[in-house]
Design a protein around this ligand. Sequence first.
Ligand SMILES: Cc1cc2nc3c(=O)[nH]c(=O)nc-3n(C[C@H](O)[C@H](O)[C@H](O)COP(=O)(O)OP(=O)(O)OC[C@H]3O[C@@H](n4cnc5c(N)ncnc54)[C@H](O)[C@@H]3O)c2cc1C
Length: 420
Amino acid sequence: MLIDIIKPEYDVVIAGGGLVGGSFALMLQAMLGETSLRILLVDNTSLCVDNTDDVSRIFDARSTALSWGSRKIYEQADIWSNLAPHVTAIRNIHVSDKGHMGATSLHSTEMDVDALGYVAENSILNKVISSGLRGNTQLDVSAGSSVNEVKPVPCGVSLRIDRDNAESCTVNSRLIVIADGGRSSICEKLGIGIKRKTYDQQALICNIAFEKSHDGYAFERFTDTGPMAVLPLPDLKGEHRGALVWTLTEAEAPAIMALADSEFLAALQRRFGYRLGQITRAGERQLFPLSLNLAAEQIRPGIVLLGNVAHTLHPVAGQGLNLALRDARELADLIATTAEAGQYAQIGAYSWLQQYEKRQQADQQQTVMFSDLTTRLFSNTNPLLALGRNMGLLGMELLPPARHWFARQAMGMTDRRTRI
Ligand SMILES: Cc1cc2nc3c(=O)[nH]c(=O)nc-3n(C[C@H](O)[C@H](O)[C@H](O)COP(=O)(O)OP(=O)(O)OC[C@H]3O[C@@H](n4cnc5c(N)ncnc54)[C@H](O)[C@@H]3O)c2cc1C
């Protein structure tokens, strides 16, 4: 619930109400049930909700692939029912390598699930989460406010919160969950470093229209400059639509961006092929520089990092938000069980935070490795590597266990709770 007056003491403060901080807050409240905990979420935007019905009726709307595991998490957090009417199911994933014969397909029927994942437009995700935050009476939400200083104190942290339309204030909390995104000013002030690995690549993002229906297929295509993905989107005004993520080298990105629409469509068609027939339209193009960023520390006494601030991955594997939601669920679970046991003083203690870190370590390492390896392996023109990956794709086609392993990664089912 939006508040005007911030109290001086909280158990948990969440800095950042984006996709990760907002989802975490709702998840935590759902897990707490009757147990009460003083929680404040602070976001420097207005967290306003667009209530127009046509919020998803824009050709260029940006979107995110949610794994089957994320669906399960959102069900637990009472978020899924509001999202479900607006998502597109991914029932099949087709993986191929341009110019080589290796290819494989993964199907939801093989994995015994309704869908391997779902595509949600970001505007809808934001709308559902912001509405949830505004409507939750157990949660204090301060919009238009920034956490600008974090100081360790004996029982947690002391925070300075600057507000757009009110005086700044100081808040004490047992724990601050920093979820302020990839360019975290809070971590910079705390001196928390980033281990960065650049890929010398940029991701070109745009929505495209094509001749044939996608029939619930997502496509991952590996090309000589890097991987390319097309995610299924709902048809709009008679056009079949998909969301394109096209990885380009630093050298070629500006030239591809500068192409006229007709030239761009021709270049894209050459790289992607004709699985969806003729590509008839491309919307507004955006470029994102790509790197793997890992925070040097994810926990300190009274402090924990969640989301892009903890790890920013290559977008083509569609793992960034999905991994962050699994982290968020583990942290929420630890807080809820600690509060239920009445051990409030434990919340934020370093040894207590280490339990969270330990629970998520394997999942984080495996997911980071999966997205990093697939990116590097499939961006390389070395003929031996090309042969290796084609053998790999052919092997996956022939060996169901290998295909199931790949599917579990893509479905976000690598952690101990959702392993199938
Ligand atoms: C092109 C692209 C495609 C992607 N596709 C996928 C995909 O298909 N699947 C997937 O799982 N992931 C995908 N990702 C990754 C996913 O988008 C991110 O993991 C996710 O958006 C991270 O959310 P966040 O909440 O950590 O950060 P953000 O969304 O950046 O949110 C941070 C929030 O904190 C607020 N804030 C900042 N500073 C302060 C402060 N000092 N005080 C208070 N509030 C503050 C900001 O206003 C913002 O609301 C993709 C990423 C890109 C770039």
